[in-house]
Write a protein that binds this ligand. Sequence first.
Ligand code: CTP
Ligand code: CA
Length: 226
Amino acid sequence: FSCRDRVLPLDGVNILITAGPTREPVDPVRYFSNHSSGKMGYAIAEEASLLGAKVTLISGPTNLQPPQTVQTIFVESAQQMYDEVMTHYPATNVVIKSAAVADYRPKKVSATKMKKHVDTLNIEMERTTDILKELGQNKTHQLLVGFAAETNSVEEYALKKLKAKNLDLIVANNVTTEGAGFGTDTNIVTIYDRNEGKVELPLMSKREVARKLLDRITHLLKGVNL
Ligand code: CTP
Ligand code: CA
């Protein structure tokens, strides 16, 4: 019996994880973004890899070091993230979309630095593609896991997203709660499934949240809905 022969729970499973914010440029020196640190997604990538999964991490700009055992692809805009996700989707078993994707981007990107001429600046924004919704519409065999970062009516919004995007699980949190959400090393989440089952987790490290989520996914993959 050697270490190499050990069967790990996610051996042979291809997991695609997105993490971090996106950046939507308005000119060569400026962009619109959000407060996502990427910590939740990187923690999931690391844990999944430890559990034996083959992990592809598609990451927006973060200050984090990606785990060495993980194939990491860096992107900036929502469109770039969309393109990479779609390329990898067919060969993927599980998608975990923890990235905070911009919902809007500037309609026009100036080729040169914008100068300050006017007192009030209006920038017209257009919708980005909803990557996860697109995945849900094109689901063949994949298990889809979304995130919902909310400030209010968490359960209502999370369940709406679960259905609208054809997800298997959604991990919801209230980003205004102390110890949860952007930038912290801890999180307080509730995991909802398609049968309106919910598991409320207490305050724990993002690492532990990752582990709980991956345990749940492992059982779902076995067809056992715990
Ligand atoms: N998501 C995505 N592509 C987008 C926007 C969101 O794939 N353009 C994914 C996120 O990665 C997350 C889930 O959809 O897993 C929910 O994101 P969230 O911002 O909470 O919800 P939205 O559907 O964008 O709705 P809203 O921001 O209005 O609450
Ligand atoms: Ca959004």
